[in-house]
Design a protein. Sequence first.
Length: 621
Amino acid sequence: MTLSLRGKLLISQTPHLIALVILSVIAFVTVTSIGNSAQNIIHENYRSVLATQRMKEAIERMDSGALFLIAGQRSKGMGQAAQNRERFESELRVEEENITEAGEADAARKLRRLWTEYQHRFDELAELKDSDALRNAYFSAVEPAFLAVKGAADEILGMNQDAMVRKSERAQRSGQKLSEVTAYAAVAAIVLGILASLLLTERLLRPLERLSLAAHRIGEGDLDSRAHVEGTDELARLAADFNVMAGHLQRYRNSSLGELLATQHAAQSTIDSIPDPVIIFDPTGGVLSTNQAAASLLGVDPSDTNVEPLSRLEPSLRAVLDRVRSHVLSGKGSYSPRDFTEALRIESTDGHRYVLPRATPLYGVHGGVQGATVILQDVTRLRRFDELKDDLVATVAHEFRTPLTSLRMAIHLCLEGVVGSINDKQAELLHAAREDCERLQSFIDDLLDLARLQAGKIEMRKVSLPLADLVEGAVADQHMLAQQHKVTLRTEVSPHVPDEISVDPERLGLVFANLIGNAIRYTPFGGTVTVRVRETLARTTVRFEVQDTGPGIPLEYQHQIFQKFFRIPGSSAGAAGLGLSIAKEIVEAHGGEIGVDSSEGLGSTFFFTLPVSDLPSTPNP
């Protein structure tokens, strides 16, 4: 009985199948065991570790509340203490319900006792009114009780962390043993499977080698080569079909049509090899060709004549493609994005992704633009790294606030002579330290405001305000700074602008303060800063301008000044480079746009627009 190729292949793969089943069973047992060990570690101790860390944070904030009481800020101190007392109590109950280690119950009872004592000491402190009595009570009773509670919490934290380490080491040893067993079993199964398969497949390789040799020669251009395979099975029939195909290819290559299609195929293969979506437009703006990434990710298929290729795209993505395509086809040259703010979010089967549009022109034989190639560069990982960086900066800034508050309070108490008299040199150093603390506090506040704005966590509380009052108030706030710099500050409000505008006055005040303050600082003595308001051509927005007579901004830096932490090289030190970034986020949150017009030696004009049609129902208080 003559077996078919299918039967021979099935028989040759039987040893591999057996080896695969054995390995699958061993791997399943190994992974399940390791997973259970890891789950036990997390389930038993992680809740206690998390609760202890939160208790430490709560008791530290209560201690800060006690310092506020000493400093005379009673309402703020009592509010912070009440909030964190409830938080500490909640986390302590979690710990008491999650006793997992030997000795942890005694440690929890000790912590409960010390916590009760600390609350009693704190309540006694809160009843005092005299500042000297408050300080004496804090350092003699409240602070030792605070340190005792914190030490007891550290004891429970260390106990659970040590337990997690021990369990992790035990799980690691168990995993190593299981890995060794799996490795030995895998080696044995693979060796046996390979030996058995080699014996069964050796006879199948000879006709395949002949086919491979013939294919190799044809690939090198020898279309006269043929594969000679004897028999009646599938390989023999495949060899016969292969020989027929070689004959057709030989005749096809001799035709000019074949050369043209080969060139087109090579070009299509080239763009298909690009992992990012590529769309090629013809001179009229129609889709000429795409690659596989565009077809799978965006659903753009020019061969589908029933629908317009771009009709399935999201409106925002379609608008960007139209803009980039028009830029190139109008003869303006290649298009490159300025920064990550132009990244677009698109949904795919693998989740959302971010892409940046790039475009280059296609030139004809006589030099004219005959089309445009648009590439949507995948910057998802870079965007996520940027988001992680922003999260890290916001987290660090948040963690700095508590110790900075304590430092500012300590310096204030020293300057006030609360802890004893100081000489003039010490007072000078402390004043300098306080100024640095205030500057650092302002920087941290800017970081947190920027992070909240970018995350959309700050809600714009818009009210209807008289536009003239808004501008006059913003200018009045900067008059003292203008006088110090001997700069003339003036306003120009067009009579055609609306009487009222819907804005968040507090947030917009930050925008005015930043733009006007920068203009004053960069304008030389005797210069002029003009705050101008006028209506735009569309009459749906109002344009605000802050014009100075300073040195101007070099052209190569104008597109970067609204980025975080950017400072023009050679500019005076002091600023952190966050003001314009915050202003940009606030303006865009209002639905407007911000920009700058500047020439070196001729001053700068910073401008932003705000919509005028969105008036709230809430009257101006």
